[in-house]
Ligand binder design. Structure first.
Ligand SMILES: Nc1ncnc2c1ncn2[C@@H]1O[C@H](COP(=O)(O)OP(=O)(O)OP(=O)(O)O)[C@@H](O)[C@H]1O
Length: 236
């Protein structure tokens, strides 16, 4: 499903002529199978978000190969990438990233607008997914009128609406209290079981890490072997 092979990444910072190279990721090899929940942990600055941004194509690796669903995505043009991203990935963020001037329903519908899906089909699918995440009565609320837990459910519904095979989540419970965190994690598990959606989740939180079938650890830009809850052993 996702195969990262020998990926290195460095950022260039500073003015042209006096640029400095900042190496961030080294020799990254990892695989995520279809239907797995994989959590990635590591200290602040270890390169977790950079790895997620590489997998989702927002940045390109300095070297190495990333294959998603059988496609070598490092070879895609910008336009192809935007299209590929919309079909293959749903995104969930710590800060929800909802559009404040749109209602919950309109936020959920938005990816389908971008995909050019007709209005009737959009409404039907948005309605169904809002029901699935328990928000059917809150569709007309604006994000500012919802609790953090409810906003993150809108975020999950928006990520699910295009039925992507993979959901990438960066600290999805980082802004939630422990009760909302528990309920969001239960929902991620259910969605994974019901729909075989693959989840790749970055987190600092042990509770979140433990919902992964495997947990991988990044340390100073290198991947340490991961712990598998299924086999009780370590592997990449
Ligand atoms: N656009 C950029 N330009 C230059 N350096 C960057 C850029 N983005 C990230 N970095 C550097 O890369 C390193 C890894 O950052 P990254 O955000 O991937 O870490 P992280 O593990 O996700 O951290 P956190 O848990 O704090 O979010 C850091 O040293 C950071 O300063």
């Amino acid at each position: 499903m996702i195969e990262v092979t020998n990926v290195q990444h460095q950022f260039r910072i500073g003015k042209k002529g006096s640029e400095r190279v900042v190496p961030v990721l080294h020799d990254i090899d990892m695989r995520v199978e279809e239907g797995e929940i994989v959590t990635i942990v590591g200290r602040s600055g270890s390169g977790k978000s950079t790895l997620l941004n590489l997998i989702s194509g927002y940045i390109r690796p300095t070297s190495g190969r990333i294959v998603v669903g059988g496609r070598d995505v490092t070879a895609l043009s910008e336009g192809e990438w935007a299209d590929f991203r919309l079909r293959h990935f749903g995104f969930v963020f710590q800060s929800f990233q909802l559009i404040p001037s749109m209602t919950a329903f309109e936020n959920v519908e938005l990816p389908l607008v971008l995909q050019g899906v007709g209005e009737r089909e959009r409404k039907r699918r948005a309605q169904a997914i809002m029901e699935r995440v328990g928000l059917e009565s809150l569709g007309s609320h604006y994000p500012g009128e919802l609790s953090g837990g409810q906003q993150q459910r809108v975020g999950i519904a928006r990520a699910l609406i295009t039925e992507p095979p993979v959901i990438l989540a960066d600290e999805p419970t980082g802004s939630l209290d422990s009760e909302n965190e528990r309920s969001l994690l239960a929902m991620i598990r259910e969605l994974n079981r019901e729909r075989s959606i693959t989840f790749l989740i970055i987190t600092h939180d042990d509770q979140v890490a433990s919902i992964g079938h495997r947990t991988l650890t990044l340390r100073d830009g290198r991947m340490e072997s991961g712990y598998s809850y299924a086999t009780g052993g370590y592997s990449l």
